[in-house]
Design a protein around this ligand. Structure first.
Ligand code: FMN
Length: 139
């Protein structure tokens, strides 16, 4: 969820037993990849299997591509990507709340121009999520 516009901050709560939690803790970086509706089965697979047990890129056929500013790869098939550096980490109950600063954000041209939508964020996504510093993405 977005928690600040300036600076642009995103928070995510990740279970401490998840592979994602271990990776974010050790690299202090993460990427939020925004999937489109067509990717639902693959995303469901990723959300119900752990990277401790399977290689999700291999199993789903999703494609890792180098990101612009962080070491983690983007998921190429996704329509928008927000590269984040962890600013704060809070241990809650069984999860860690990571607050990341969005240091780079980009989207498919059609999505950025509003010619295409993702089903759960109709209207002016990614305007709603991208802070003013990323306005250039929409031009
Ligand atoms: C739609 C969806 C959303 C999810 N959101 C979260 C979340 O916000 N935090 C979390 O800890 N797990 C969430 N999960 C569950 C994790 O994706 C799941 O535990 C996964 O196996 C963790 O994989 P990993 O061990 O490779 O990190 C979600 C699952 C689905 C299907």
């Amino acid at each position: 969820m977005p928690v600040s516009k300036e600076p642009p901050l995103i928070a995510c709560a990740i279970g401490r037993g998840a592979y994602s939690c271990k990776l974010i803790e050790s690299t202090k970086e993460f990427i939020v990849n925004v999937p489109s509706k067509e990717l639902k089965p693959k995303i469901y697979y990723c959300g119900s299997h752990s990277g401790y047990q399977v290689d999700k890129f291999k199993e789903t056929g999703l494609t890792p591509q180098p990101a612009r500013k962080v070491k983690a790869p983007i998921i190429d098939e996704c329509v928008a990507h927000m590269e984040c550096k962890v600013k704060q980490e809070i241990e809650t109950g069984d999860k860690n709340l990571f607050i990341g600063e969005v240091i780079e954000a980009y989207a498919d041209e059609a999505l950025a121009k509003g010619e295409r939508n993702v089903e759960y964020a109709k209207g002016d996504f990614p305007r709603k999520i991208y802070a003013t510093r990323f306005r250039w993405v929409l031009d």
